[in-house]
Write a protein that binds this ligand. Structure first.
Ligand code: SF4
Length: 356
């Protein structure tokens, strides 16, 4: 639903001061200059939980706390956590024995868990519960000897983690085109699962093409593409239909952010670009543009969106309408290892208090 309320653009300092650049110019265009701001956008429940887990681990154990891979795929978030004492590594064998490690929101395979145990690491598993759900599905279908066609991007951490749960049963299907060529052992025992952050439309195209070849293909018990990915795509579809330009805030390795750019183009935006930071918005993108759509991926803090709105306001796009297509109130509790440790710490303090 579109609400015609002009939202104030807060005055906040720009992040990442880089090379001095010319401010964007307020040039005349045909029509009223405005921004359509998609909602929901930005942080999802799984990202929020993972980032808070690293912050709480730093507070509880002190720096450094190691994080395997980027905790979430956003360069700004990673940089901020590094400044607080987090150290990001690619693999657990880079971490000194006995240290604390946080596994990222994208999940890990059992091999990674066991490598961490071998190094006596204290692991905090910040895998998003909606990714864990897909892991459990993979384990269950493998136990029943199904062949699992995992729709997702080969090499993405989430796909590696899910495939690692049942490596002998999983084949990754990267695209609709691959659905036409993938081979299975027994077409009567095949199920599809997916990465949580894909394009809904493209995934359904892949599934339809798979089903043409394997009519007995089973569906997952519930949607694998998560609520946050779906909600952000629905919102940008509505915005894109009226937008001359869409700007998606998010990092290049953020699957759901990149999908938002693609979806915006497919659903009518004349142009769509992804930026990490506001200073990447280019003057020429705005030439002749009356309506700018803005959204952000599920790993993007709202401050980065507000900085883009500030830059756009300087160029005459200060009139901001929010286009909201869903409400979100999902929250996940902290990883259990951290909850136990934090509550243990409270208990110790309580006991200490009583004994004095
Ligand atoms: S995008 Fe979805 S699956 Fe990924 S962390 Fe967020 S809620 Fe979880």
């Amino acid at each position: 639903m579109s609400s015609p309320v002009a939202l104030p653009v807060p005055q906040i300092p720009r992040r990442r001061p880089t090379a001095v650049r010319e401010p964007l110019q307020d040039r005349p265009v045909d029509g009223r200059k405005r921004v359509l701001l998609a909602a929901p956008r930005g942080y999802c429940a799984g990202v929020d939980r993972a980032v808070v887990a690293v912050e709480k681990a730093l507070q509880r154990y002190g720096a450094p706390v190691y994080v395997r891979k980027q905790i979430v795929h956003n360069i700004h978030v990673v940089t901020e956590l590094e400044a607080q004492g987090a150290i990001f590594v690619d693999e657990v064998d880079e971490i000194p024995e006995g240290s604390h490690v946080v596994f990222s929101a994208h999940g890990v395979s059992p091999m990674v868990v066991s490598a961490a145990e071998d190094r006596h690491l204290h692991a905090i598993d910040a895998t998003c519960p909606l990714v864990t759900k897909v892991h459990r599905e993979a384990v269950r279908f493998a136990r029943d000897d199904f062949e699992i066609l995992l729709i997702g991007h080969d090499g993405h951490e989430e796909v590696e983690g899910t495939a690692g749960e049942a490596p002998d049963h999983v084949t990754v299907v990267n695209s609709p085109a691959e659905a036409d060529t993938v081979e299975v052992r027994d077409p009567a025992k095949v199920v599809w699962l997916s990465q949580t952050t894909l394009s809904v439309d493209e995934t359904m195209e892949t599934v339809n093409r798979l089903r043409t070849r394997f009519p007995e293909l089973q569906d997952p018990p519930s949607d694998d593409i998560c609520y946050a990915t779906q909600n952000r795509q629905v919102a940008i579809k509505k915005v894109a239909a009226d937008a001359d330009l869409v700007i998606v805030v998010g990092s290049a390795n953020s699957s759901n952010s990149v999908r938002l750019v693609e979806v915006a183009r497919e659903y009518g935006a004349k142009a769509a670009y992804r930026v990490d930071y506001a200073d990447e918005v280019q003057q020429e993108w705005l030439d002749g543009v009356a309506t700018v759509g803005v959204t952000s991926g599920a790993s993007v803090p709202e401050v980065l969106v507000q900085e883009v709105l500030q830059v756009l306001a300087e160029a005459g796009y200060g009139d901001v309408e929010e286009v909201r297509t869903a409400e979100e109130d999902l929250m996940f509790s902290l990883p259990k290892e951290l909850r136990q440790d934090i509550s243990g710490q409270r208990d110790e303090r309580a006991l200490g208090g009583r004994s004095r």
